[in-house]
Design a protein around this ligand. Sequence first.
Ligand SMILES: [Zn+2]
Ligand SMILES: [Zn+2]
Length: 334
Amino acid sequence: MDKYKKERQESATAMLQHGKSVHDWEARIRDEELAEGGRARNKRKESIERKLIDMGYQASDFPPKYDYNWRRLLEQPRELSSRIWKQIQPKLVAAIALEKEQKVWAERGVRIDLRRQEVRTLYQLYIEDIEDDEVLLPGSVEFTYLPEVTALVSRDDGLIEVTQERFMDVVAEAMTTFNISERAKLANLLREPAPRCTDYDSSDEDDDTISRTPMEIACDLEVLNRATSILTCYRCSLSSPTSYFPFTGITRHILKFHPDSSYKAISREKAVIGTASAVLEMLGLPSSTRYSDISRKIVCLCGKPDFQQPAEFSELIMHIFRENIWYIQALRSP
Ligand SMILES: [Zn+2]
Ligand SMILES: [Zn+2]
């Protein structure tokens, strides 16, 4: 029995060893073939590169090593014959030209970004001196993408530094452009009932404003001045009183608190507007009353210490709005 077992073991070991050597042999062949192929591809690659350098190109002109199109031309197992060279040479030259074009474009982009940075710094200084509260202020990044400013930073492919003087040449016009389009957007958001949409960004006002008379546009913008036209920044908590502004405050709020945001989180809250209308009604004023026509400061009769003193209309609206929420919640809970 023992003998039989031993024999079986020996033969199994021999088979294993045989299997292993077959495997090793196959692997070696594969490695050699791979190395062979690698050598052939490398040789072809070197021949092509040498030829290109002879033509006057530099290695730094070549597309990056990982460029698929480039590798497909260079790294082939077939040796470079003069026939193949004739065939691929125009493709190689085109790939180098494309690479150069892309590099030039990328460098231009870097320069223009730098110019935008210069504009941003100048803009931040510029707005410090703006005293008129009625002027809507774009965000500092937003400002650098206004058409006038884009034209400024792209001039001469972004090669010229934006000085204070060059900045001052365009800033007034850029601010006008922004104020016209921003007022139209905000008015569109506030108009009631909204004719098409109330979303801040989905409106394309431009073609619309062209077809309308200045009188019609002024009429549309009148909505901005209403006391009920209170806008919300929905990045901030809705329960915070600082989230609600007459339209002139909203761009300043965004500039101050969300300077790097890529989109404006502006909306209008129906409930806030409803509260404002109700307060106007209590005061005997029509809901179209202008914000600036509410001369009186108002006192809430709830007795909260903060509101014993007459408050500004918008502050009071927020106070009452929150009071209402509190009452509704209190009524709901058992
Ligand atoms: Zn906010
Ligand atoms: Zn109160």
